[in-house]
Structure formats: C-alpha cells, structure tokens
Ligand binder design. Structure first.
Ligand SMILES: Cc1ncc(COP(=O)(O)O)c(C=O)c1O
Length: 423
C-alpha cells in the first residue's frame, strides 16, 4: 500500500478500519483538554469502559451475598477464573486446559521454574537474551543461587553483534547447540521490551527442546500484541502480564501456559496450594493433593476476583474483535507510523533511528541521536504519551485496539514541531 503523510490519507485509513469502532470502548486521558495520543499500551493499556461494570458486579455481589457469592453470585467466585481460559487460549494459541490466570508475572515465572528448572550436576545452565527485562534477570539469577549455582557461570546471555541493535536467530540457535547437554532451560522474552523485537519462538523452542532443555517464554510484551502458537510451537511453559496490551488494569493478574504434556502429572515438582487441587474434593479438606487436570493445578490461593473482573471484561473485547484482526491492524498501523517517522526525518533532517527490526509487533523503539529528554518532555506536554528509556530511546507502541491512523499523522506533526523548535 502506498502511504501518504497527510491528514486526509490517515482519515481515509481510519474510515476503512474494521476495528476503528473499538476506540470508543476505551477511556482516554486528556492533556490540554484533548484526548492524548497513547503510545504506552506496552506498559499499561487504556481502561476499557466496560471494566467498571464487571468490577461493580463483583462489589454488588459481595455486598448482597457476602460469603454466599462464592457459589451463588451471578458469576460464582469459586470458578470465576475458569471463564478466562478459553478466550486467553485463543490469544496465545493454546488449548483452554493449557492456560490459567493467577498471581503476577514474576511470581508465576518463579513458580513455573519450580517445575521446569531442575538442574542436575551436568545439566544446569540457563540461556536468556542479554539485557533481558531486569525482573527476569533478578529472577533467573536468584533461582540459580537458590540451587547453589553461580550465575556468572550458569547464566548464558545471548549477545547482539557489535554495532547491531537486534538479536539474530542463528546466534541464539548456535549458542543453544554449543551449551548442548549442559543446557537445562531457555527462558527469554518473546518480544524484547527495549527494542520491540519478536524472537523466532518456534525455531528457538525447537532448538532448545532438541538438546533436551525446557523452553519457556516471558510473553509480557507479546500477549495480545503478536500472533502466538504456543501449543503448536511445542513450548513447555510461558507466562505474561495482562496490564499491557491486554488492558486489564495496573498490576493485574498474570496468565500462564503449561504444555498439556505436563498436565495430570502427580510426580511433577510443583509448589502446591488448595486452589490447585481438584474442585470436586477441595472442600473435603483432606490432606492429599490431587492436581486439577488443567494448568489450574499451578494455582496456590483462591484468586482475587476483583482483579479477574476487569481482565474478563477485556477478554470479552478480544473475543469480539478477534486476535487475527488485531494482528492485521497492528501490522498496518505500525508500518504507517514507521512511514510517518521516515517522512518527518526527511523534512527536518532528523537525527533519529528506528532500532526495532522488521520482526516486530506494534512497538517501534526510536533512538534519538543528539536529541535528549527535552524532546520527550515536549511530546508529553503536547499530548503524546510515550516512554523514555535510558540512555536515549523513546518507545512508541500504537496498540491497534484504540490507536488511530490519524493519531500517527498527528504525532508526526507534533514530533516535527518538537524538533524544529530547537532550530
Ligand atoms: C518483559 C517483562 N517481564 C517481567 C515484567 C514484570 O512484571 P510483574 O511486575 O507483573 O512481575 C515486566 C513488567 O513490565 C516485563 O515487561
């Protein structure tokens, strides 16, 4: 498609956008009395207007039913979480029984490592990408230390090549084969938070499993953003947060994926709690743990219904819009943003560079050569909500659910005036 950097063209794109109607489903913050251009859906997604009703319903049930709400609420609380598995499974390419919602992301990765990181004398190393999201680095290093291992030796980080801003799949696979029989686990971010790169999860999973390692993915920046086929890619396990592209609310619950080959296994090491034991016998309060036959077996506690409610509201929107349509628009709107950035660069001989490779979701990370935080501040003051990453990167993530092509055009004009203002 031949893009044009004009308001008329952007509006024409919006007019033919099947998902355009969803914009009005979200609350937009305002700056200078105008709705913002929101680029931080990769950090905290906007609030769907229907979330409030879902939360209110739980509050009302609690007020009118109190403890009876566990079994007699309109959506009873004891199995409330089960309503999320089916729509989530579609989003991450899984079977419903392979998916569950509980806790938060770092907590879940730790819990999943109880099952999937079991170092032995010979097989004890973990592979991840260099500069992984800090929480993942802390998690991996603390797990290694917990097992009496030295992260300096046991954590193998895949490096980018000198002068390049992205990782090469060949380098990841080569390192996996090199570590070979010593490799216990590959655990990486499916979409890198800093440069927005989508890793070739299928190839990397295959490579890791071929040398006998477990392969897991942190999908914080992938879930609800890019097409995932966790089951078909034969991934062992994965987890994601829901407050980014899934718009479920700040700090909200995390989703997990556990490949069905690990379900119904009594002897699989796992930390256990009463919400992971079979529903049918749970309230008999007997001492034996009988794992639920789904990924729910990893549950420890009864989940926070007030946090599941807005997640369920958001998943209803995903059901309506469909992940395929969202991915299609994500490709278009990100390509249009890239085009606008290139056009603006020509007009102002701009000193910025997109460091996100072509394997990407909706995030473009832009390196500002010679432009400091003042440009970022200018954008924020003028209604563009984006984020700044040290030393000089802004991340732009036009979430397809609520961003418009007109937003991309308007952003280009604000960026241009921000650069020109300095002369
Ligand atoms: C890639 C990645 N991993 C892990 C986390 C940590 O998430 P949580 O605070 O829910 O544990 C984040 C949070 O932004 C993230 O982006």
């Amino acid at each position: 498609m031949q893009f044009q950097n004009s308001l008329a063209f952007a509006r024409q794109m919006d007019a033919s956008d099947k998902l355009g109607k969803y914009r009005s489903e979200f609350h937009f913050p305002k700056v200078n009395e105008e709705e913002v251009i929101y680029f931080t859906g990769n950090s905290l997604g906007l609030q769907p207007k229907r979330s409030q009703g879902f939360v209110d319903a739980v509050m009302e049930d609690w007020a009118s039913l109190a403890v009876e709400g566990h079994f007699h609420a309109n959506k009873p609380w004891w199995d409330y979480h089960e309503r999320l598995s089916k729509p989530l499974a579609k989003i991450v390419g899984a079977k419903p029984q392979e998916v569950s919602v509980m806790n938060t992301l770092t907590v879940n990765l730790h819990l999943l490592m109880v099952s999937f990181f079991r170092p032995t004398g010979k097989r004890f190393k973990i592979i991840c990408e260099e500069k992984a999201f800090p929480s993942d680095q802390y998690m991996l290093k603390s797990q290694l230390r917990f097992h009496g291992l030295d992260p300096k030796h046991a954590l193998v980080e895949i490096k980018k090549r000198p002068g390049e801003h992205f990782w090469r799949t060949d380098d990841v696979v080569k390192k996996i084969n090199e570590v070979g029989e010593e490799l216990a686990l590959v655990l990486m971010g499916g979409v890198n938070y800093y440069n927005g790169q989508v890793f070739d999860m299928k190839t990397i999973t295959h490579a890791g499993r071929s040398v006998g390692a477990f392969v897991g993915w942190d999908l914080a920046h992938a879930a609800g953003n890019v097409a995932l086929e966790l089951h078909d890619w034969d991934v062992d396990f994965a987890a994601w947060c829901s407050y980014k592209y899934m718009n479920s609310g700040p700090g909200n619950a995390s989703g997990i994926f556990v490949n069905e080959r690990y379900l119904n296994k009594v002897d699989l090491p796992r930390f256990e709690g009463w919400w992971g034991t079979k529903k049918e016998t749970r309230f008999l309060m007997k001492p034996e743990f009988e794992p639920i036959s789904t990924a729910d077996a990893w549950h420890l506690s009864n989940p926070s219904i007030l946090s599941l409610a807005p997640y369920l509201a958001s998943l209803e929107l995903f059901e309506e819009a469909g992940m395929e349509a969202l991915v299609e628009k994500q490709g278009k709107i990100t390509a249009y943003l890239e085009f606008v950035l290139h056009e603006i660069a020509k007009e102002v001989s701009g000193n910025f560079e997109i460091i996100t490779p072509k394997d990407r979701g909706c995030q473009l990370s832009v390196l500002l050569h010679g432009e400091g935080k003042s440009l970022f501040q200018y954008l924020m003051d003028n209604g563009v909500i984006t984020d700044w990453r040290e030393p000089n990167v802004i991340r732009l993530a036009p979430a397809p659910f609520y961003c418009s092509f007109e937003d991309m055009y308007r952003f280009g004009q604000i960026l241009k005036s921000g650069i020109i203002r300095k002369g």
